[in-house]
Write a protein that binds this ligand. Structure first.
Ligand code: SF4
Length: 359
């Protein structure tokens, strides 16, 4: 990692940056549904046999996932590595084709769109991926990288207007015109992610799928990029599906949080409600590992037994039952549906309210 040509925290032209911990994403989520996902499922076939073409099994990467995202909202999708978060995000953009389910975006069924119509729709739905080193072409100058969506959707009238728009976008992410002709290798990880974000907001999307956008960055730089994303949301009204395994980061940016375990959503709640009183035993275990901001309120660490099972051999009934400290016979036999609770959250557990574990 190169640290760095112009410093990782270039002085922004407008008051974009805030100090770490100055604000939290937890709060009332905006209303007005933009994205509606229903029963989204992805099974990858495992092939084998002498010719390598016989189906010998399937990986149940994502199973019957449903959620909505409001305009201007940040919904965080959290869970351990391999739980299906990224596959879910990719299916929203049809970068991975779902096995079944539906994705409505701004009232339009994305899974029914032709390739050409989908290309047009993708202008409103962009992606920022985890690795700022792999996601930017090393041969292109920053100007051309950021202008890529402008070129694809022909969003300028002249070369001068193109450059003017790129400079405007660079300023929005805390870079400037002096960076236009530089190449990605000249920047640090944080700056590269700023460039990737500038490219993502270039076509003025209504939603961005941010797939672990800060997990490859140094800890000291993560909050700067998260603050930048929050500021851009306030200015542009863009919604985020923020995919992360880092609950501390998620707490800073999310309005609501959806927790995934082995391909299924197990709990979906507003950020404060989830952190204050997680209902699902898996959420309770995840949060028990996050230091409580209030030192008076010590959490008891919950250590789960065993490892996450392979998605090629998911357990019967509740996927979590082999590791759940309160599992009963019914948990081995019956899949708990994601049910709405009286406080508005949704939980997939037969005993979500019957056996709360104190944290
Ligand atoms: Fe645990 Fe049963 Fe709830 Fe699954 S359904 S989380 S096994 S109590």
């Amino acid at each position: 990692m190169r640290e760095d040509v112009a410093g990782d925290v270039p002085p922004p032209p407008t008051p974009l940056s805030r100090g770490e911990g100055e604000r939290s994403g937890c709060g009332t989520p905006p209303s007005g549904q933009l994205l509606q996902v229903r029963g989204l499922t992805k099974h990858f076939l495992i092939t084998g046999g002498p010719a390598g073409v016989r189906t010998i099994g399937q990986v149940r990467a994502v199973e019957d996932v449903s959620f909505g995202v409001a305009a201007g909202e940040t919904l965080a999708l959290v869970g351990e590595s391999g739980c299906g978060k990224s596959t879910t995000g990719r299916m929203l953009l049809r970068l991975t084709e779902p096995t079944s389910g539906s994705v409505q975006f701004a009232g339009e069924d994305l899974l029914a769109l032709s390739h050409r119509a989908l290309q047009r729709r993708r202008r409103q739905m962009q992606i920022v991926s985890q690795d700022p080193y792999a996601s930017l072409s090393p041969r292109q100058a920053v100007e051309d990288i950021v202008a890529e969506p402008l070129d694809v959707y022909r969003l300028y009238a002249s070369r001068a207007a193109r450059r003017e728009r790129v400079v405007e976008l660079l300023r929005l992410v805390g870079l400037d015109a002096s960076h236009l002709r530089r190449r990605p290798f000249e920047f640090s990880g944080g700056q590269r992610q700023r460039i990737a974000i500038a490219r993502a907001i270039a076509p003025e999307p209504r939603m961005i799928v941010a797939d672990e956008p800060v997990s490859a960055l140094d800890v000291s730089i993560r909050s700067q990029v998260v603050n930048l994303m929050q500021d851009l949301q306030e200015r542009l009204g863009v919604a985020y599906l923020f995919i992360s395994h880092d609950l501390a980061v998620v707490r800073h940016i999310a309005h609501r949080i959806a927790v995934m375990y082995l391909g299924r959503l197990v709990e979906l709640a507003e950020c404060d409600a989830l952190f204050d009183a997680p209902h699902h035993p898996y959420t309770q275990a995840l949060l028990s590992a996050v230091p409580a901001p209030d030192p008076e309120r010590k959490r008891t660490r919950i250590i789960l037994r065993g490892d996450v099972p392979s998605p090629a051999r998911v357990p019967s009934g509740c996927h979590f039952h082999p590791r759940c400290p309160i599992a009963q016979q019914i948990c081995r036999e019956s899949i708990p549906p994601l049910r709405q609770q009286p406080d508005g959250r949704s939980v997939a557990c037969h005993f979500a309210t019957a056996f709360p574990i104190p944290v």
